[in-house]
Design a protein around this ligand. Structure first.
Ligand code: SF4
Length: 230
């Protein structure tokens, strides 16, 4: 009814009334498919999903029902609802079910041989590359080798113009935010800023740049036209 009262040129009505009309989403919808094409050129399977709901449906469609699934620590996989869905519908290897530190380690090692591993990324490059920082290394280990396939959920807020910008993002934004939940004694825990530390508590142990996917299509990148994670 409100739409009928507004004087909008007919050739602009579709754009004017679409849900994703704010400038960030307009930009994401233009950029996302091009970034997906760039991942495909580097051997990844990749697609762009405008919404969290689209991304969830796409991710589910890529995981066969008989797959054993595990995951790395990620806010993004929760924000699109994927981890809760997986817990309900698949056989899972869930380290959070461990009753002892040793059992947790065993589950993390076991997860390296699951069928589908799901994760977010600390940063991506618009030319189709991933950059990740890991403390234990289990998440990047699974990304590199082991699981039959890896699904990477990437909010468009993580896409940077260059590899250098992606590294800067991972080191100065993602890592200092991520560490706040652990209560560790690192410079960034106290200041919120990376000091390139070598403390025993550092979570910046493994810095992994994934520039090409081999075997082809093993890593499936789902770009999401929303701000996900940090
Ligand atoms: S290198 Fe040290 S200070 Fe920098 S983000 Fe990592 S843990 Fe924090």
């Amino acid at each position: 009814m409100i739409q009928a009262l507004l004087l909008v040129p007919s050739d602009l009505k579709e754009d004017f009334f679409m849900d994703r009309s704010d400038m960030i989403h307009v930009m994401y919808d233009k950029k996302g498919p091009k970034v997906a094409d760039n991942f495909i050129k580097r051997g990844f399977d990749a697609c762009y999903c405008p919404t969290k709901e689209d991304a969830l449906a796409k991710a589910i469609s890529l995981i066969p029902k008989d797959h054993v699934v595990s995951w790395g620590g990620s806010v993004s996989i929760n924000e699109i609802g994927l981890r809760p869905y997986i817990l309900e519908h698949y056989t899972c290897i869930d380290r959070d079910t461990a009753k002892t530190p040793q059992e947790r380690q065993d589950l993390m090692r076991h997860a390296l041989l699951c069928d589908t591993f799901i994760m977010g990324t600390n940063a991506a490059v618009q030319d189709g590359q991933l950059f990740n920082i890991d403390g234990n290394g289990n998440r990047v280990a699974a990304l590199i080798f082991g699981p039959k396939q890896v699904l990477v959920i990437v909010g468009m807020n993580k896409v940077e113009p260059t590899l250098e910008a992606a590294i800067t993002r991972a080191r100065t934004v993602a890592a200092p935010i991520n560490i706040q939940r652990f209560g560790l004694k690192t410079p960034c825990s106290f200041t919120g800023m990376c000091d390139d530390c070598n403390t025993s508590d550092t979570v910046c142990n493994q810095l992994v740049h994934t520039r090409h996917c081999s075997p082809p299509n093993r890593i499936k990148v789902i770009l999401v036209g929303e701000n996900l994670g940090f």
